[in-house]
Design a protein around this ligand. Structure first.
Ligand code: DAH
Length: 358
């Protein structure tokens, strides 16, 4: 019996000394495995005299319990130690400055979105959002584009497969559906912008199947075209960081606004360079207008009492103009060299006070 006690103590020592999980597993097999020391000893119980078995049974079972518990405890200790070692090794001091060899950068689209939000935020607009996957109602019908309306063709829509009930969801072709969702949810006065992704089946130097827009919506009892103009002129001056900017409001047509306009800004193209706010050329940057009464009614707002204006700006277009990026498709190539050239430092948050794009 003392022999078994001595053996058990020896086995417990090897358990305690196992330096890693592999060593511990080897010990476990050598003790408790099919051919393990203790297993072999327990096999001997069967051929013992009853008296002897009465004594040896509990001794061996006790040893087995003790060893099993010791192995489990050791496994837990090894596991905790391994975790501690890994945590120590992978520790990151988040207060350290960025390492120069890691050249991540803010994408121009994100930069421009941040700039746009800073400018409109300063004018008292809040930010609204809507889903990328839209219903036909929000993307078209509620915006006064009924089925069969020719404007639907112009949108090159990506449709999903028809659902059992016949409904076909789609990828929103513009951020305008967020106007409807916002008006349904909250009561006027409203002053929101809605930046986000939009999709059309189109691809060339100035079109990509996925692009970005920012929608604007102001609804109250007296907002008029003069407010719309003032708001967009202030936006352009702040965004392009110029004292004066030449702008042209051209009459246009959108089913969801009446009257509607498209806005061009004056620019000069010379020697591959594009200068904003001066020169004889014009560049279209946005669509806008007074929200159509039908759209208000579709959203549960009384057009006899409320009125307002809306606008939709192409974010990628703004980024190309402001930062002189010639090909839109490069925006989505995920080329690190391109990002290093056109990207922005991660910690320079755009603000009107601190500077938009330094
Ligand atoms: N949704 C239009 C488009 O994608 C842009 C637009 C025009 C938005 C006029 C507006 C607006 O809110 O009033 O081309």
């Amino acid at each position: 019996m003392s022999d078994i006690e001595a053996q058990t103590r020896e086995m417990l020592r090897t358990v305690a000394e196992a330096g890693d999980m592999a060593a511990l597993e080897a010990v476990r097999i050598s003790v408790l495995g099919r051919k393990g020391v203790l297993t072999e000893l327990m096999k001997g119980l069967g051929s013992m005299h009853a008296d002897e078995r009465k004594v040896m049974g509990p001794v061996l079972n006790g040893a087995k319990d003790e060893l099993t518990a010791a192995i489990a405890a050791r496994a837990q200790a090894l596991h905790a130690a391994a975790l501690d070692a890994r945590l120590a090794l992978e520790r990151i001091d988040v207060s350290l400055p960025a390492r120069p060899e890691i050249r991540g950068a803010i994408h121009p689209v994100s930069q421009v979105m941040d700039e746009v939000m800073a400018i409109f935020g300063d004018m008292g607009f809040s930010v609204a959002e809507g889903p990328d996957i839209e219903s036909d109602f929000y993307n078209f019908t509620a915006l006064n584009i009924p089925p069969e309306h020719p404007a639907r063709q112009m949108h090159d829509t990506f449709y999903f497969n028809e659902k059992p009930g016949g409904e076909r969801l789609l990828l929103r072709t513009h951020t305008s559906p967020v106007q409807i969702r916002t008006m349904e949810k909250s009561k006027p006065p409203l002053r929101i912008i809605a930046p986000g992704r939009t999709y059309r089946c189109d691809s060339d130097m100035t079109h990509t199947p996925m692009f970005h827009q920012v929608e604007g919506l102001v609804i109250d009892e007296s907002a008029h075209m003069g407010h719309l103009k003032g708001c967009l002129i202030e936006f352009c001056k702040a965004f392009f960081e110029v004292e004066t900017v030449r702008m042209r409001f051209r009459p246009s047509h959108f089913p969801f606004t009446e009257p509607s306009a498209e806005v061009d800004i004056g620019c000069r193209r010379s020697g591959g360079e594009l200068r904003i706010g001066e020169g004889e050329d014009w560049l279209e940057i946005l669509g806008c207008g007074m929200v159509h009464p039908v759209v208000l009614r579709h959203s549960g707002i009384d057009p006899e009492k409320y009125q307002g204006f809306a606008f939709g700006i192409g974010i990628d277009r703004l980024a190309m103009l402001k930062y002189g990026i010639p090909d839109l498709r490069d925006f989505f190539e995920a080329d690190l060299r391109w990002l290093q050239h056109y990207g922005f430092a991660a910690l320079d948050i755009p603000s009107l006070a601190g500077g938009l794009s330094r």
